[in-house]
Design a binder for this molecule. Structure first.
Ligand SMILES: [Zn+2]
Length: 279
């Protein structure tokens, strides 16, 4: 029954195919076509059986067995050993054994990710270096500016304020206060500490970075646009020690000290901070 149905459907299909693809006369097709179909039927059956057999073999065996020429002549143990080796080679199967704490790169993707992370960290460090710790927030309201009693001497004014005009203060686009004076005015360390940087940095021009610990708080101060720097990185200074001379190096249009203060990493209003602590 099935064979006849198959044959019948083929008979129905054949003329249409011919009609679409060829202008050959019909009589010849009807006569020789039937003969061909009878001869082709056993061959087709064998082909179908072979194909089904091939499918079963392919499905029932792992993919690697189908391409292994010696897979039928080796023992189960050998097969298992081969399988084990091929599984070890597959990098993806080993990642589940790795914990976060013992991170080890094993695949190209992981190596790339690790490399990217390292490059990002290096770039961030370089950016922080270049912008000289300007990455801290500009929030000023939450920080208590008062660290020491004014007049204690632990915090000094960075300039002789009797000769100074207070210019632009802190804002979203300006992280310090501009204290304007004569070229070469003396600029002092506001507190004892260590010079962390002394050099030329972009808009800051010649700039000194000083880190101090005042009454338990870490206070970082910045002295920008100097004409001359008189300290160097790594040097320790005392409160009120001369560190440089006023100028307008970097991005400046007049001689002034651009002065910044950070308390425990938070940017604060430097002039207000000086008023509350210096003396
Ligand atoms: Zn400024």
């Amino acid at each position: 029954m099935r064979a006849r149905g198959e044959s019948a459907s083929r008979e129905r299909r054949k003329p249409r195919e011919r009609a679409e693809t060829s202008d050959a006369p019909r009589p010849r097709t009807a006569a020789s076509g039937a003969r061909h179909r009878r001869a082709a039927k056993p061959v087709r059956s064998i082909l179908v059986l072979a194909m089904v057999g091939g499918l079963v073999a392919t499905v029932s065996l792992p993919a690697y067995a189908a391409i292994s020429p010696s897979s039928t002549s080796i023992t189960v143990e050998q097969q298992a050993a081969d399988d084990a080796q091929s599984l070890i080679v597959a990098a993806g199967t080993t990642t589940t054994d790795l914990s976060r704490s013992s991170y080890a790169a094993t695949t190209a993707d992981e190596l790339a990710a690790q490399k990217a992370a390292e490059e990002a960290a290096a770039a961030a460090a370089a950016a922080a270096e270049a912008s000289s710790s300007s990455s801290t927030s500009t929030s000023t309201s939450s920080v208590d500016l008062s660290i020491v009693a004014p007049g204690s001497g632990e915090v000094r004014w960075p300039l002789d304020m009797s000769t100074i005009t207070v210019g632009r203060g802190i804002s979203a686009t300006h992280q310090g206060v501009d204290l304007l004076g004569a070229f070469g005015s003396y600029e002092y360390a506001v507190a004892a500490g260590t010079v962390t940087k002394a050099g030329y940095y972009g808009d800051y021009g010649n700039v000194v970075f000083l880190q101090s610990v005042i009454n338990g708080s870490t206070v970082s101060t910045v002295y920008a646009h100097m004409s001359t720097m008189l300290v160097s990185a790594g040097q320790t200074v005392s409160a009120g020690q001369l560190m440089g001379l006023m100028g307008m190096t970097g991005n400046a249009t007049a001689n002034h000290l651009h002065f910044e203060v950070r308390v425990n990493g938070s940017l604060v209003d430097p002039y207000a901070w000086l008023q509350q602590n210096a003396g």
